[in-house]
Ligand binder design. Sequence first.
Ligand code: PRP
Ligand code: URA
Length: 210
Amino acid sequence: MSNVIVCDHPLVQHKISLLRDKNTGAKEFRELVQEIAMFMCYEATRDLPLKQVQIETPLGLADSNIISGRKVAFVPIMRAGLGMMEGALALVPAAKVGHIGLYRDEVNGNTTHEYYCKLPFDIANREVIILDPMLATGGSAIKAINIVKNAGAKQIKFMCIITCPEGVKAVQEAHPDVDIITGAIDKGLNEDLYIVPGIGDCGDRLYGTK
Ligand code: PRP
Ligand code: URA
């Protein structure tokens, strides 16, 4: 079974509290999502493999470590995942980026529609970190993971800011090999399949569409 890592760093937890506040406006909300993504990316990349190299310092030779093997690809799920992308790239600037466009059905929130997909050609050789602030029913996450797996990806993590037990369970059942990195696991879903207490509709708050 996959790991679920809750990023309990005080800076992340503080920023999530600001994000939850219904009085936080779109500008600050966008900045917070980027900042949280950057801090969480530190956790998501913790197990990147290292290899030892010798570096010549001004005072001698040092046995030191550099990242070896697989490189990273970030895959934001549009729209809301785009809000995390710049933050993640701030930490791993050389990463490639793929895009997947999904939206939940307005009537049946359990159904997810795909409208866009463009992935790096070498995704099979990369450590893939899927970005989406919200993991609610798990429908979008499961579909996005299916898409990157069909493209050949083998090392996949899912990074979100808020999730709930239902979403974690659904992803773990469908994809037991995919670790989830999250900032919080909230109480659950309401009858409209929104996370409570959550942060509301993340895409709408990021882009001011409601
Ligand atoms: C939100 C969110 C996730 C999805 C999570 O996107 O960004 O992609 O819902 O819910 P789920 O776990 O039940 O699938 P939404 O469908 O609202 O689209 P948007 O990002 O374009 O607003
Ligand atoms: N999508 C959101 O933006 N928020 C939720 O709570 C659930 C899905």
